[in-house]
Design a protein around this ligand. Sequence first.
Ligand SMILES: Cc1cc2nc3c(=O)[nH]c(=O)nc-3n(C[C@H](O)[C@H](O)[C@H](O)COP(=O)(O)OP(=O)(O)OC[C@H]3O[C@@H](n4cnc5c(N)ncnc54)[C@H](O)[C@@H]3O)c2cc1C
Ligand code: SF4
Ligand code: SF4
Length: 456
Amino acid sequence: MTASSSTIAVNELDEVVSSGRCIGCGMCSIPLSFAEATSKVDLVWSKDEETWVPTIASSDAASLEQRVCPGAKVDMKALSQDVFGEQPEDGFVGVTKSIQAGYATDETVRKFAASGGVTTALLQHWLNEDIIDFAYCTAGLDPHNGKGQIARYSDDLRNSAGSHYHPVNFGAALEELAESNERFAFVGLPCEVSAMRSVMAYRDDIAQRCVAIIGLFCGGINRYSGIGHYLSNFGVEAENVEEIDYRDGVWPGQIALKQKNSSEIQRIPRIRGNSRWNILRYMVSFQGYWMLPRCRICPDQISDFADLAVGDPHLTRFKEKESAGYSAVIARTDTGEQLLQNAVADGIICSEQLSRDELVASQGYTLENRRHADVTRNMARRLGIVAPELKLYDDVKGARSWHQHVYAFVDLYKIKIRKWTFLRPFYVPIQIGEYLFLTFSPRLIASRTKKLLKNK
Ligand SMILES: Cc1cc2nc3c(=O)[nH]c(=O)nc-3n(C[C@H](O)[C@H](O)[C@H](O)COP(=O)(O)OP(=O)(O)OC[C@H]3O[C@@H](n4cnc5c(N)ncnc54)[C@H](O)[C@@H]3O)c2cc1C
Ligand code: SF4
Ligand code: SF4
């Protein structure tokens, strides 16, 4: 991988933040040359951006030293060449060895996990079998204090399971990871995984110690104030929340939260079991105005560069089972495939086949929009939003539909007007308009109007 394809100078990091491209991943805290590192990059909370952003020690602020930054650049072609030595035959799903749906056979793990608990079960198994010394993953249910951790014990993994849809200080322990000499597994979002691959292209010492990378599927990170906007419908003040679990109970789960000075667990529906109007409120709050801008201009939803990519198989056949959950698992490398097969043979994971088309269907229109991220990037430029540099796979460059341009405009415009607070009373009516009319299909408009009237 060439330096220019994945890195920027330390003195450019500030501009990534001020232009709204920072995702707070903290990958810029890892020096790319162990011997020649001169800069110190830490992550601090930005009240304005509502995420974690890099801060550079003042004496280093003008440094030209290079760091990896997925907020600024993503080169899917170069990454594919680097990780797999080839371009994917099917650019829609990336390079795959196998596609499955599975769950942790340990019922406790499956229950507290986000999906089927495959991620936690694998990490636990690798620690038990002395395949890794630690896992790099997130920690904590506190919405104000989630962070990356070096996990060595079952309790650390218990504390890590679940999905955090708000910004976490992912980079909190990355320097420690980079400085250690132990074997590890890395769990991250697609942008963090691609950045880790880029780091490993420069840091052979880290690449040698990395046993496996588990990448999550990712629809985007939402600012916590957006989540607060949803919670306020249920009489909950976001600042008062001490613990939040977005994936409690029957898969795909509801929100379970604990407020300060209370031991009571309050449960709030997300999609399942929710009324139609509340689902629209959920969409407004979680998938609209408060999303980090860079997440709207992202080419990777299904962790193309992980050894194992893990997400939710959002398909009727799994929903109907009303179970503790399933994880969709894509093995992308020989390492990933072997580790997965071993875990199945050892009785840690139970799995069944998932077809390529089921995988695509399970991610709805988001995957299609991501693969055509050039549409969103070009629309962003027209709207005056600074976009990351993107290089997409050749075979998904074909024709773009009119719908993709409309979605790109609507999604980006919502982010652009987030601070116009006088518009907030109109968010739900706007969402209803979008729900009914964005597809311009008369049959869909009729069936959705019926659902709205019945509130189902
Ligand atoms: C922000 C976000 C958006 C997502 N969007 C989608 C989507 O659109 N479609 C889809 O199918 N799946 C999505 N997922 C993935 C899904 O929610 C589950 O994380 C995934 O299926 C793994 O489930 P599991 O039961 O195997 O994981 P678990 O066993 O519960 O383990 C979860 C792992 O995820 C890590 N993790 C949790 N939150 C974060 C975070 N914010 N940043 C980095 N690591 C984190 C934890 O450290 C832990 O190791 C998203 C996850 C996140 C965090
Ligand atoms: S996107 Fe990540 S790597 Fe880039 S500046 Fe922000 S925290 Fe650093
Ligand atoms: S949507 Fe893309 S940029 Fe945003 S967190 Fe997910 S992978 Fe990263």
